[in-house]
Design a protein around this ligand. Structure first.
Ligand SMILES: *Cc1c(COP(=O)(O)O)cnc(C)c1O
Length: 441
């Protein structure tokens, strides 16, 4: 008997009672390797002593002070750290409690920026199909997962979507990666011209697409061309690094590897590593200056924004990543994970694509490798794999709807940044058994 409206009413969930390192433990004492960090959240694993110590210390000082009355040392320090390491040109931070909240704030900031600048005509948001930007109404409207949007469509603000940059499904025969990247990016220009470029506020995209498509990195040159198009028409570029940011791909920001800097970047999951709920928007100097020289404030706010406990957790997580040089470990272990996945699944009849960056990897499953035909969604292959993996003490993040929100299956892996070689080998070994068992059934 439960009084919680759980994510799935008829599923029976184990009770988590403890976490240590890369493992979580249930009430029966069973251990699970957290190879997905939940949903790419637990980047330092569980029970990290430095983060716990920082939280104790903050709790003893001050747990909460409303941002309408006070700032706190810990929130200021976190903002300094984030700006110091930010993509070029981003010089202020807005702290909220999660990814959806941060996306909402970024969309409103982008709109207010143009109002401050005397361009109130700008009203359109363009994003991509097969993206996820959160579940609140503005974020859901920006997202491009048809299945998630469908029943709420009457409540959603008007947004526009172009095809994602998804080479496995969209790159044409005989087209080079660069040619494909350019063609995919030019879809933005077509859409801008269709809508009237001086009526568009922003383009929103995940540099490496997370949950909806399974760690899909952009083609080379794609984001450089996107940046050029945004600059040409005065449109803001909002990058959603909620899942792929804060080190996950081997650089602090995924967009560093594509040599672009956005006007607004949104981060959350790995920012606090699950130790507290937190999200943030980093904004370009020109946006801050438009507010500072205009109305003098951003017309927004939440009760728990800039929460000291959340800031303490995020600051500690980010300090540990830097102190322990975990970015180097992400790159090394990411390469090993890719190699092991290719050894185990490279010749598998039902694995169409293995992709990703750093400790952010996706495996796309297909019924037929030659035609890339997906499995019948009714088989719920992704749910079977999740079940078989949990039975073997492994958390991965399998999802359906990879191709269009309904068809397609993939498995997302996002292990903690502290994994070692033998952990990677064990993860791939258990995943191999889980996948085989799912297909056998
Ligand atoms: C998870 C996610 C969000 C939403 O974050 P929440 O904290 O769940 O609200 C937004 N964008 C991306 C890319 C995500 O992965």
């Amino acid at each position: 008997m439960t009084r919680i409206l759980h994510r799935s009413i008829h599923a029976k969930l184990p009770v988590a009672v403890a976490g240590r390192g890369i493992e979580l433990f249930d009430a029966d004492g069973k251990a699970y390797i957290d190879a997905s960090g939940g949903a790419a959240v637990s980047c330092l694993g569980h029970g990290h002593p430095d983060v716990i110590a920082a939280l104790h210390e903050q709790l003893d000082r001050v747990a909460y002070a409303h941002t309408g009355f006070f700032t706190t040392e810990v929130a200021e320090k976190l903002a300094d750290r984030l700006v110091q390491d930010a993509p070029e040109g981003l010089d202020h931070v807005y702290l909220v409690s999660g990814g959806s909240e941060a996306i909402e704030a970024a969309l409103k900031m982008a709109r207010q920026y143009f109002v401050e600048k005397g361009e109130p005509k700008r009203r359109h948001i363009i994003a991509r199909r097969q993206s996820y930007h959160g579940n609140t109404l503005g974020a859901l409207a920006a997202g491009g997962n048809e299945w998630r949007r469908a029943q709420f469509a009457p409540l959603l603000i008007e947004t526009h979507h172009i095809d994602p940059c998804y080479a496995y499904r969209y790159q044409r025969h005989g087209e080079s990666e660069e040619e494909y990247g350019l063609r995919a990016a030019n879809l933005l220009e077509e859409k801008l011209l269709e809508l009237g470029p001086d009526e568009v506020i922003a383009f929103v995209a995940e540099p490496v697409v997370g949950a909806t498509a399974g760690a899909v990195p952009p083609a080379p040159g794609y984001f450089r061309r996107i940046r050029e198009i945004c600059d040409r028409y005065g449109v803001l570029l909002i990058l959603d690094e909620v899942m792929c940011g804060m080190g996950r791909t081997g650089t602090l920001y995924a967009c560093e590897q594509d040599s672009v800097a956005p006007d607004l970047v949104v981060i959350a999951k790995g920012l606090g590593g699950g130790y507290q709920p937190i999200g943030a928007v980093l904004l370009a100097a020109k946006i801050f200056e438009a507010f500072a020289g205009g109305s003098g404030f951003f017309q927004h706010g939440h009760t728990y924004m800039g929460h000291p406990m959340a800031a303490a957790a995020a600051l500690a997580v980010q300090e540990v990543i830097r102190r322990d040089d975990l970015l180097a470990n992400i790159r090394a272990m990411g390469d090993r994970l890719d190699e092991r996945l290719r050894q185990r699944f490279g010749n598998h009849h039902h694995v169409g694509d293995i992709r990703g960056r750093g400790l952010f990897r996706g495996v796309e499953l297909v019924a037929d490798r030659a035609t890339k035909e997906p499995f019948d969604p009714k088989l719920k292959l992704n749910a079977r794999i999740k079940r078989e993996a949990m039975a073997r003490g492994l958390m991965v993040y399998p999802m359906g709807g990879t191709i269009d929100g309904v068809r397609g299956d993939h498995i997302l892996l996002a292990p903690p940044f502290i994994v070692e070689e033998r952990d990677i080998d064990e993860i791939v070994s258990r995943l191999g058994e889980a996948v085989d068992a799912a297909f056998a059934a």
